[in-house]
Design a protein. Structure first.
Length: 130
C-alpha cells in the first residue's frame, strides 16, 4: 500500500464522515470544511477521499447515480435508497453470510462479498402529502 503524509484536512474529512450517517457527496464535505480550511478545493476533497478509500478507512457507494457518495462505516452493511428524495440509509439487518456459502458450494468457487440494496420510499417522504 502506498504511504501518504498525514494531513490535517484528511483527518477532518474522515472525522466528518464518521460523524454522519447521511452518506454525503464530496461537495457536501467541501461545503462543511471550506470555512475551516480556506485553501481547500473540491479537487483536494476528492483526492483525500480517494486516499482514504485506498487506506480502507472509508467506502464509496456506487449506485450509478450522478454523485458519488461516501460512507465512514466500513464494516459490511446494506443500504436503502429512497426513490423520492435520494436519501441513502443504513439497513440494520445482519449480512447474509449463508447465501455466500450456498452459492460458493453451488458454483464450486468462493464468494468473497455481495451487495444488496433496498429501494423504496423513506419514512419522511411517506409522511408527506401531495
Ligand atoms: Zn425520502
Ligand atoms: Mn452506510
Amino acid at each position: 500500500m502506498k504511504r501518504y503524509r498525514s494531513s490535517k484536512q484528511r483527518k477532518r474529512i474522515l472525522a466528518l464522515l464518521r460523524s454522519t450517517n447521511t452518506h454525503p457527496t464530496a461537495s457536501w464535505i467541501y461545503d462543511q470544511l471550506k470555512g475551516e480550511f480556506p485553501a481547500l478545493s473540491l479537487g483536494t476533497v476528492y483526492r483525500n477521499l480517494r486516499i482514504l478509500q485506498e487506506q480502507g478507512e472509508i467506502t464509496h457507494l456506487d449506485f450509478g447515480s450522478t454523485f458519488d457518495r461516501f460512507d465512514g462505516r466500513i464494516e459490511p452493511h446494506y443500504h436503502f435508497i429512497c426513490e423520492r428524495c435520494g436519501n441513502v440509509l443504513d439497513v440494520m439487518l445482519p449480512v447474509l453470510r449463508e447465501i455466500e456459502r450456498s452459492f460458493s458450494d453451488q458454483m464450486g468457487g468462493k464468494v468473497l462479498r455481495h451487495r444488496l440494496e433496498f429501494f423504496g420510499i423513506c419514512q419522511e417522504c411517506l409522511g408527506q402529502k401531495g
